[in-house]
Design a protein around this ligand. Structure first.
Ligand code: ADP
Ligand code: ZN
Length: 617
């Protein structure tokens, strides 16, 4: 076509004076006929890596991409830059497709973007066999891996397509997902031959990462909005409902916010997106449906109102901040309740109908693991940036000095005693039942919960039942997690049962100490008496607690096969709900509670009351 060198092409078509990290090496490899594999974060500049060779090669380049909107954008900007390009996907009519084919046959395009499922139609194959396809680039290559979060079986068709070609073109793959398992899959399944593999820096030094655990999110969001006044940013929420709520509250307080989620009409989404892009409404409240292909450079903050489902998702969304290189903030508002929402979202049957039941099960397991690592990010007291980079397989410094955790000093505390409580409880539960229970149930036993399962299994009879009643439930779970992390407890990967390892003996019997740094708990969790306690006037029963006690009484009555009033009268329950006893002595003072009943039911009711007062999430 022309004899420009790569620098001239870069300048002429794209208007840039120099290459970014990794681009040049990948382009050189492809131009030299070698396969290439580029792993770059979103926004790293993957497109140029195949567009420039495409412009310099004699023949034609096919780019496989799963994203219809992205194809359209890219082709549009290529055309504007004076490059003959087209795309083939389901958004075209049969007539339009035919037209593109004719033009392809006539050699009119340098680059054609194509959706993977188009590759295998008979007609396209026979056309392709006569085309001078010199180069095939696979964008979002992780879609070929079952370990990837967006596995698309149609990506496997690339392999069949390549085999059907008379001459194998140079092959290059690009992705932003860099976990080791996915990388290996891409190379193996696509059949890349000794590819030049380049992982460019995933680090975005201008992004400041922070995780906050406020007692209540909305006021925290308001404070953040005041901090970022006048700036443009995105607030991501887990659900449409949250988007609606948050956007409404922000608008009511006079902020220029708009919203985006899959439940809106195409038209409204378009309008809102443009309001955001053109800074008419510089604050976007959205679900993860928003952002693909958005390249707004002056986004100064990305706030996650809820925890995302994986670090891949988080880094991609947070990474939309600071594209212009200016300092930007990525803040995640975490509450333990987010985990419930996240679990629900993960367990929901996926839309991906291409998957078999077995594949779906595998995906589910993978997603659970991802979620666990996401929670780890929210809980870690270590450097957040290091956590992310480490997750993406890029070893870095231990402390970046520019994240919420690096700027906070978390001191390690001795949790040996608490650890011994947990370990001996796990041990006792196991010997009592003959099998181990999961960590949630273990925590409940330690907290002395009157949970149905605890009751049914008879775990309230153990001496370790309620041993950690004085601790907030969140902290008890943190300690269990810590012991798992340190290898004192082992979680069975199949049924989740928690057992002691040999190392645990050291803590229990040989004076080994356990230390941990935990994040301080938000106000609500720290107080022994929650705000419910404060608002209830002396002398009136706490209605909610009364309800809790009634349900507990019902459960006991079913279990013991006696009428509820035989256990305690309504008046007794009302008295408990009013005085909220915390100790055995206090419990004995409740009207209608004698020694025998106190001995028999005291523990169960006391722990229900304690748990209630601690404000379970
Ligand atoms: P990715 O596909 O990796 O997410 P893109 O290819 O869309 O990233 O590139 C992201 C942005 O960076 C685009 O606006 C692109 O024009 C720009 N860009 C890419 N390479 C360079 C470069 N060498 N110099 C300046 N800007 C670049
Ligand atoms: Zn850090």
């Amino acid at each position: 076509m022309n004899r420009l060198d790569k620098y001239e092409v870069l300048k002429k078509y794209f208007g840039y004076p120099s290459f970014r990290g990794g681009q040049e090496a990948l382009i050189d490899a492809v131009l030299g006929g070698r396969d290439a594999f580029g792993i770059m974060p979103t926004g790293g500049g993957k497109s140029l890596c195949y567009q420039i060779p495409a412009l310099m090669f004699e023949g034609m380049t096919l780019v496989v991409s799963p994203l219809i909107s992205l194809m359209k954008d890219q082709v549009m900007s290529l055309k504007t830059a004076g490059v003959a390009a087209a795309y083939l996907n389901s958004s075209l009519t049969p007539r339009q497709i035919r037209l593109v084919w004719e033009n392809m046959a006539a050699g009119m395009y340098k680059i054609v973007y194509i959706a993977p499922e188009r590759l295998e139609t008979e007609e396209f194959l026979s056309l392709a066999q006569h085309l001078p396809i010199t180069f095939l680039a696979v964008d979002e290559a992780h879609c070929i891996s079952q370990w990837g979060q967006d596995f698309r079986p149609s990506y496997l068709k690339i392999v069949t397509f390549l085999e059907a070609l008379p001459r194998r073109p140079v092959l290059a793959a690009f992705t932003a997902t860099a976990t080791e398992a996915v990388r290996e899959d891409i190379v193996r399944i696509l059949g890349l031959r000794r590819p030049l593999q380049i992982v460019t820096g995933f680090d975005r030094p201008n992004l400041n990462f922070e995780v906050m655990q406020p007692p209540s999110k909305m006021p925290a969001l308001h404070r953040l909005m005041a901090r970022f006044a006048g700036k443009s940013g995105i607030v991501y929420c887990a659900t449409r409902k949250n988007v609606e709520k948050v956007c409404e509250v922000l608008c009511e307080s006079g902020l220029p916010a708009t919203r985006y989620h899959a439940g809106l009409t195409d038209e409204e989404r378009q309008v809102n997106q443009e309001d955001f892009l053109y800074d008419r409404r510089p604050i976007m409240v959205a679900t993860n449906a928003f952002g693909m292909g958005i390249d707004k450079s002056n986004v100064s903050f990305v706030i996650h109102y809820n925890m995302p489902l994986s670090l891949e998702a988080y880094y991609q969304e947070a990474g939309r901040a600071g594209r212009d290189g200016e300092a930007a903030d990525c803040i995640l508002l975490y509450a333990p309740g987010d985990l419930h929402t996240a679990k629900m979202l993960i367990e929901m049957p996926g839309e991906n109908e291409e998957l078999s039941a077995e594949e779906r099960e595998q995906l589910l397991r993978q997603n659970r693991k991802r979620l666990e690592q996401m929670v780890g990010y929210c809980k870690t007291t270590g450097c957040l940036r290091a956590y992310i980079l480490n997750y993406f397989g890029q070893a870095g410094e231990e402390k970046c000095g520019n994240c919420g955790n690096c700027r906070t000093h978390y001191s390690e505390v001795d949790i040996t005693t608490q650890s011994q409580m947990v370990l001996s409880c796990a041990f006792r539960v196991r010997s009592y039942l003959g099998y181990p229970v999961g960590k949630v149930l273990l925590a409940k036993v330690l907290l002395g919960s009157a949970d149905k399962r605890v009751m049914e299994l008879g775990l309230y009879q153990l001496s370790t039942y309620g041993l950690m009643r004085a601790y907030p439930s969140v902290r008890v779970r943190d300690i269990i997690d810590h012991l798992i992390g340190e290898g004192y407890l082992l979680v069975d990967p199949n049924h989740g049962g928690v057992t002691l390892t040999e190392e645990a003996d050291g803590v229990l019997f040989r004076g080994i100490k356990v230390y941990a740094a935990f994040k301080p708990l938000p106000e609500k969790e720290r107080k022994t008496r929650g705000k419910r306690g404060a608002t209830v006037a002396v002398g009136t029963p706490d209605e909610e607690l009364y309800g809790v006690l009634k349900r507990l009484r019902m459960e006991l009555s079913l279990m013991e096969k006696v009428p509820p009033y035989v256990i305690f009268s309504n008046a007794s329950l009302a008295d408990m709900a009013t005085r909220r006893p915390r100790t055995y002595e206090e419990f004995l003072e409740i009207s209608g509670v004698g020694e025998v009943k106190a001995a028999r039911y005291g523990d169960v009711f006391l722990s229900a009351i304690t748990e209630y007062l601690m404000g379970e999430e």
